[in-house]
Write a protein that binds this ligand. Structure first.
Ligand SMILES: [Fe+2]
Length: 171
């Protein structure tokens, strides 16, 4: 049996609002209450939102979507007037990226987690894509990608992931 990620817990300031936000944005089935969690099923994985009164450390959740789905999610972003960025450092406000010759963008969930939608997995365009992903073509797009998670002001930012990736990217 292939191993899959069955569920993960997502800290939230308001679990119902966060779960509803994700389900609506991605066009997924309505969230399900699971004891003290509110779960959203994304493929094989349930994102189980849990309220916390502690400061929330930003996490990053990236969703692979089709071109049509990207269009629908992006429509929701525009309808709601949400901020969106082409990069995780939030430098390119109001833009999307075309890494791996697909489309991608970043936006925040209600608790401040950084969400991303992409139509191509990272690196799937290889180095011959007209716009290679910066993580596989660092000399073309040095320091532009995930190290942006360190951008989070205060608190603990992107944690181990950000530290690991920022060391990869310099900056
Ligand atoms: Fe990402």
């Amino acid at each position: 049996m292939a191993i899959s990620l069955n569920h993960t817990i997502v800290a939230a300031t308001d679990k119902e609002a966060s779960a509803k936000f994700l389900a609506e944005m991605l066009g997924l089935p309505a969230p399900t209450v699971l004891g003290h969690f509110v779960g959203v099923q994304v493929g094989d994985t349930s994102l189980d939102y849990l309220d916390t009164d502690q400061p929330i450390t930003q996490q990053h959740y990236a969703f692979l979507v089709s071109e049509a789905e990207f269009g629908h999610v992006f429509e929701h972003i525009r309808e709601r007037g949400l901020d969106f960025w082409a990069d995780p450092r939030r430098r390119k406000h109001g833009e999307i990226n075309t890494w791996d010759d697909g489309r991608g963008c970043y936006f925040d969930d209600p608790s401040g987690h950084l969400l991303e939608i992409i139509t191509r997995p990272y690196g799937s365009g290889g180095t011959t894509a007209s716009n290679p992903h910066p993580l596989i073509a660092p000399k073309l797009r040095l320091g532009e990608h995930e190290s942006g998670l360190t951008r989070q002001d205060g608190a603990s930012g992107g944690g181990a992931l950000a530290r690991a990736e920022s060391s990869d990217q310099g900056e």
